[in-house]
Design a protein. Structure first.
Length: 278
């Protein structure tokens, strides 16, 4: 892991203009690998989750919290009978849940990882629910194709968020909605050099998206991470080779990880938005 990271850093120092392409390639490779076991057992989601209670619920805890996040994001608007796109659908469980729970007329799940999409098609594909491979920054759809776009905990991976938002506006119909949730640093720092929450606000405004509703949900996300930690640790112990377990636990933001601490101390903020195309 360290040699790979050092090599990538050297490339980016020598040719910083390559950063967007290298980052996209790395994220695509990571999610291709993650999808290999992604549909085994109960885990069909890859988000941090959402929990309104401190009491753990029996059975399927990880998916329960992940689906609760979709519930609060997709349920913030009436999408029944609408044509809906999820950008960054990952393992497909969220798209399938939205299709069954909120009854859009058509639901499309799209992700950069080809292997993940193949598995989504096998597991969830049916009339009205389709999956395809695509780039969030170059959405493979005609202008005005959708009434709503859903994006759950995915945009922080994109090299060019502004370009993604521009593509969302392009494929939305007039008055269409972006149902969006993700986390950002409160302030850009050496630990979190990526764009902070204030930059996100500017990007949304510049794209022509009006904030209809906004909610800070960090507390509910931290609660979900804490409750899911025992099952996540057990899963990592079963499935991940010992040398990689530390990285897997950090990526999963289990209790005690650097990401978990940053949510808990307020360095990272997790927000939910309903945004309307102007």
């Amino acid at each position: 892991m360290r040699p790979v990271r050092a090599g990538v850093s050297a490339i980016l120092r020598a040719a910083p203009q390559l950063r967007p392409y290298v980052e996209k390639l790395l994220w695509r490779g990571f999610y291709e690998i993650a999808s290999l076991r992604g549909n085994e057992g109960r885990t069909t989601l890859m988000n941090y989750g959402y929990a309104v209670s401190d009491q753990p619920e029996p059975g399927g805890a990880e998916d329960r919290f992940g689906l609760a996040l979709y519930e609060v994001v997709a349920g913030a608007a009436d999408i029944a009978g609408k044509e809906v796109l999820e950008v960054g659908c990952g393992r497909g469980g969220g798209s399938a849940f939205v299709f069954e729970r909120f009854a859009p007329s058509a639901m499309t799940g799209m992700d950069l990882a080809r292997t993940a999409i193949e598995r989504c098609r096998r597991r969830y594909g049916r009339p009205g629910l389709t999956f395809l491979t695509g780039d969030a920054q170059e959405l493979p759809f005609a202008a005005g194709s959708f009434d709503a776009v859903i994006n759950v905990e995915s945009s922080h991976c994109y090299p060019d968020v502004a370009r993604f938002l521009g593509e969302v506006v392009r494929v939305l119909r007039p008055g269409g909605l972006l149902l969006f949730t993700d986390f950002r640093p409160v302030v850009t720092s050496s630990e979190y050099p990526q764009e902070d929450i204030q930059v996100l606000y500017r990007q949304l405004a510049d794209a022509g998206l009006r904030i209809v509703e906004e909610e800070e949900i960090t507390t509910a996300v931290v609660r979900a991470l804490s409750l899911a930690t025992p099952s996540v640790r057990a899963r990592v112990e079963r499935r991940v080779p010992r040398p990689l377990r530390r990285y897997a636990l950090e990526f999963s933001a289990v209790e005690g990880s650097a990401i978990f601490r940053s949510f808990a101390d307020g360095s990272l903020t997790y927000r939910r938005f309903v945004l309307e195309k102007g």
